[in-house]
Design a protein around this ligand. Structure first.
Ligand SMILES: NC(=O)c1ccc[n+]([C@@H]2O[C@H](COP(=O)([O-])OP(=O)(O)OC[C@H]3O[C@@H](n4cnc5c(N)ncnc54)[C@H](OP(=O)(O)O)[C@@H]3O)[C@@H](O)[C@H]2O)c1
Length: 294
């Protein structure tokens, strides 16, 4: 299978590259070539440019595009909404138009932030999106572009990704636990966690199935930032003293957070696809791989 990967230098993109490269004819496209990608498998592309996007996809002529590129930081999108819309909505439109023109499958990575967080149980794929921040709005707009323009697509919604290839919120908690430096941990931000390796495995499994549609893919279970910090401290056998119980307002984040957005892997499990590990297992594997835990 010939695959084009956008965002190959990002957190998820790097793990997708490692997972897919041995088994496919893989190309990475983006603004600057990551050191890990050979020049022979790279094409320069800013997805905001519609003509260049179409030309690049035409040149490679892939069976499938995995679209991982995004302005992925909600606070940056809140600061600069137009850049968020251009990257996440219009960039996704450009990729979808290229896939439409050359009859290529598309897998788009979306987010739990498309939901408003008012539901009391984990979100399923058919729950109604209602984003409350600019990032969520731009990602949902991207989903709409794909659903309007294509009939062979996967939309994979995921949440709070962590991995070894870029520092994330989890690394911040680990560092605070190890140094016993104070950390405000919100009790009212509750979501699923996703180990980028497990996400890469799931995406790799999905793209050969041709069972198109919307999927929630996250490690099983969910937690608050506060409970997550306590779990990390106890895995590392550290005192809880560094954790300051708080709420999302205490964090003074630029983008409002929806609060309760766990994702249920409802469609994935209904299909009886291989079970995705609970987040606690994934966290331990991650800490071992980082060498933080023996
Ligand atoms: N991280 C999370 O917790 C999370 C949660 C839910 C969903 N997601 C979604 O998962 C996907 C991957 O997220 P991530 O955390 O891996 O993102 P990331 O680490 O921030 O990487 C984003 C990638 O997108 C590329 N990019 C940005 N603007 C571009 C443009 N105009 N043209 C071409 N490439 C561009 C960046 O390349 P440059 O080097 O050129 O900037 C980078 O390689 C995104 O769609 C995100 O919305 C992430």
């Amino acid at each position: 299978m010939r695959i084009v990967l956008t965002g190959a230098g990002g957190l998820v993109g790097k793990d997708l590259w490692l997972k897919l490269e041995p088994h496919s004819e893989l190309w990475a496209v983006g603004r600057k070539k990551p050191e890990t990608i050979p020049a022979s498998q790279w094409k320069s592309l800013d997805i905001i440019d519609p003509e260049l996007t179409i030309k690049t996809i035409q040149q490679i002529n892939p069976d499938c595009v995995i679209h991982s590129a995004a302005l992925s930081n909600p606070d940056q999108c809140e600061d600069n909404p137009d850049l968020g819309y251009k990257t996440n909505a219009l960039g996704t439109r450009n990729i979808a138009l290229a896939c439409q023109k050359f009859d290529t499958e598309l897998l788009y990575i979306s987010s739990d932030q498309i939901f408003d967080g008012t539901k009391k149980t984990p979100y399923r794929e058919n729950d109604s999106p209602n984003p409350i921040n600019q990032y969520g709005f731009s990602k949902f707009w991207g989903e709409n572009m794909i659903q309007t323009l294509l009939h062979r697509f996967y939309i994979v919604r995921t949440s709070l990704i962590f991995g070894t290839l870029r520092p994330t919120y989890i690394d911040k908690v680990v560092a605070s636990a190890l140094k016993q430096e104070p950390l405000i941990a919100a009790t009212d931000i509750v979501n699923s966690l996703t180990y980028s390796k497990d996400l890469a495995d799931a995406i790799s499994f999905l793209i050969v199935k041709h069972l198109y549609g919307i999927y929630h893919i996250a490690n099983e279970g969910f937690t608050s930032r506060y409970a997550l910090s306590k779990t990390i401290a106890s895995i590392l056998k550290k005192k809880f003293d560094f954790i300051k119980k708080g709420n999302k307002n205490d964090l003074k984040l630029k983008a409002p957070r929806p609060g309760f957005t766990p994702l249920e892997n409802f469609v994935w499990n209904l299909n009886e696809f291989p079970k995705i590990a609970p987040w606690e297992d994934a966290l331990i594997r991650f800490l071992k791989e980082k060498g933080t835990l023996s």
